[in-house]
Write a protein that binds this ligand. Structure first.
Ligand code: TYD
Length: 211
């Protein structure tokens, strides 16, 4: 069976984690081999870069370069080999997060992000780029997300940002969806956890990847 690449996106507090885990179990129950991973991160080098990006103050360009460096290593060492084996790759965030956080949130030039994307995600031989086959976008009002995050844990650099930052990030996700609507499944993350799960499951079933 060909590999399947699914990414999960949304602002901090949108509640994607439990559903990613649930989907991994659903795929395994169907006999599929699952690679569960995240960005920034997923390889020893990329996890080191994650620690820097999430904790050290830096300008938006440095942040963008580090997340793309992490992504390059992640694609080469983990994602591409897993897809070649026929795995289902479930990735907690991918490049849409860079456009949303570094681009829209921090105001870094999207044209440069597009250029980095075209270098880092270039597939050999063809002129195609590696993109997720499906992006499950947990869309949630930043005010609700802030309530959910409040007191949950010690916030990292991004989680500590004010609600206005997350409004820009949410706009960034909406723009990415508008540019490539077929790739995205927008989930209303304000619903109950069970309703969100049903929508996530339907999005994957609609692609024919799960019975
Ligand atoms: P997150 O995915 O929310 O993980 P956790 O649930 O462990 O906190 O954290 C990753 C953070 O990194 C999140 O705030 C978004 C940010 N990020 C970027 O700013 N740019 C990127 O390209 C990626 C992938 C993530």
């Amino acid at each position: 069976m060909p590999g399947v690449f699914i990414s999960f996106e949304g602002i901090d507090g949108a509640g994607k984690s439990t559903h990613i885990e649930g989907l991994a179990q659903a795929f395994r129950a169907c006999g599929r081999s699952v690679t569960l991973t995240r960005e920034p991160g997923g390889t020893p080098l990329a996890e080191k870069l994650r620690t820097l990006v999430l904790n050290d103050p830096m300008d938006a360009m440095t942040e963008a370069l580090l997340v793309f460096a992490a992504r390059r290593d992640h694609l080469q060492q983990l994602i591409e080999p897993a897809l070649a084996r026929g795995d289902v790759v479930l990735c907690d965030r991918f490049t849409d997060a860079t456009f949303a956080y570094q681009g829209s949130g921090r105001g870094f030039e999207p044209a440069i992000l597009s250029m980095l994307e075209s270098w880092v995600q270039a597939l050999p031989v063809t002129s195609r780029l590696r993109q997720p086959d499906l992006t499950v976008w947990f869309d949630l009002d930043p005010a609700i997300a802030a309530q959910r995050l409040a007191g949950a844990r010690v916030p990292d650099k991004f989680e500590a940002q004010p609600v206005e930052f997350f409004r820009r990030v949410a706009d960034g996700y909406a723009q990415r969806q508008a540019q490539d609507p077929q790739r995205f499944a927008r989930i209303d993350a304000a619903q109950s956890r069970e309703a969100v799960w049903q929508d996530v499951l339907s999005a994957v079933q609609n692609k024919g990847w799960l019975a």
